[in-house]
Ligand binder design. Structure first.
Ligand code: F6P
Length: 366
């Protein structure tokens, strides 16, 4: 029987549990033994009880639980070869044939590196006598599949990451709450949202709540006079009788010289305009809570496909990443998707914002 393991890694995201549930149950349904690696790569490095066989019943109720019930971590040890060597040993001892990693681009980069290094890790383990030659031969191929779980929606080659729509929903709900008090006091609010270097959450929340202005990293304003456009728009809205002002700032917002634009800086400008202004940093409420239906479906459909991708993989198949494009579940080359995602960051770094915009998914950029 094949043994398939699933793990969640990096920042948690609503819907990860749906993905874990789908992987476990599909693996069992397809006649495999299903495993969960607890605490992400940390669990893989520690081994032992962190790698547990799962039954059908173990994931009962997972659809309506937020976060990830098998735990997650950002693991420094896995970034070192020593840590990956330990992880390889633990995987072989547990007899795992295929690993499904649900996480953001950092976690999937780790998965990609792990697979690339696998033959040399195995060789080293056999050489040092940590595993037998027979085991090394039996496990000479590692099958990996990536599922993109992140609220940031910052991964290329997929329209949506698991968790992004739940987070967006939560942000909209919070902005609606703020709207009420802003309206009552005729105040301005600067709302900081997550997303790391990606402006998807900020931009979509801005559109969905009718915010006055949005700052995102992919379309930075000029270093000099960065606030001019915001000021003229806010003024115009106020002159038309609006009692509230809402400006959404992505946590990664920058100007075109890559200097951060912070909520405090935006607040100062609004105060100069004569507006009574408050800052609200939404923080981790954006990541908590249960998943919206879309993320439950996404996690489920992609979890099923991830198991099938592992079962049909050959040593020659490049590791897949399961995405969704134009409402279809698709498989993409994990290495290429990770590289494409990195090239957006590189374009921003090089101040080529047009390229950065073009590299992001089209509906988000245009
Ligand atoms: O990647 C998800 C995310 O929530 C980002 O939006 C944010 O920058 C980061 O994780 C926060 O990380 P932590 O929970 O470790 O503070």
């Amino acid at each position: 029987k094949k043994r398939i393991a699933v793990m969640t890694s990096g920042g948690d995201a609503p819907g990860m549990n749906s993905a874990v549930r789908a992987v476990i149950r599909t693996a069992i349904h397809r006649g495999c033994e299903a495993y969960a690696v607890y605490e992400g790569y940390e669990g893989l490095v520690r081994g032992g009880d962190y790698i547990r066989e799962m039954t059908w019943g173990d994931v009962r109720g997972y659809l309506s639980i937020g976060g990830t019930s098998i735990g997650t971590a950002r693991c420094a040890r896995f970034r070192e070869r020593e840590g990956r060597l330990e992880a390889a040993k633990n995987m072989i001892e547990a007899g795992i044939d295929g690993l499904i990693v649900c996480g953001g681009d950092g976690s999937l980069t780790g998965a990609d590196l792990f697979r690339a290094e696998w033959p040399s890790l195995i060789a080293e383990l056999a050489e040092k006598g940590h595993i037998t030659k027979e085991l090394a031969e039996e496990h000479k191929h590692l099958y990996i599949c990536g599922l993109v779980g992140s609220i940031d929606n910052d991964m290329s080659s997929t329209d949506a990451t698991i968790g992004a729509y739940s987070s967006l929903d939560r942000i909209c709900e919070m902005v609606d709450y703020i709207d009420a008090t802003a309206q009552s006091h005729s105040r301005a609010f600067v709302i900081e949202v997550m997303g790391r270097h990606c402006g998807w959450l900020a931009l979509m929340a801005g559109i969905a709540t009718g915010a006055d202005y949005v700052f995102i990293p992919e379309k930075p304003p000029k270093k000099e006079g960065w606030s001019d456009q915001m000021v003229s728009i806010v003024k115009r809205h106020r002159e038309r009788g609006m009692r509230k002002t809402i400006v959404i700032v992505a946590e990664g917002a920058i100007d075109n010289e890559l200097r951060p634009i912070t909520p405090e800086m935006v607040k100062d400008v609004l105060v100069d305009l004569g507006l009574d202004t408050r800052i609200t940093t939404l923080g981790h409420v954006q990541r908590g809570g249960t998943a919206v239906a879309f993320d439950r479906l996404l996690g489920t459909l992609q979890g099923v496909d991830a198991v099938d991708a592992i079962l049909s993989a050959t040593p020659e198949t490049p590791s897949p990443m399961i995405g969704i494009i134009e409402n279809k579940i698709v498989r993409r080359n994990l290495v290429e998707a990770v590289a494409l995602t990195k090239s957006v960051a590189e374009a921003i770094e090089a101040k080529d914002f047009t390229k950065a915009m073009n590299l992001r998914d089209s509906e988000f950029c245009e």
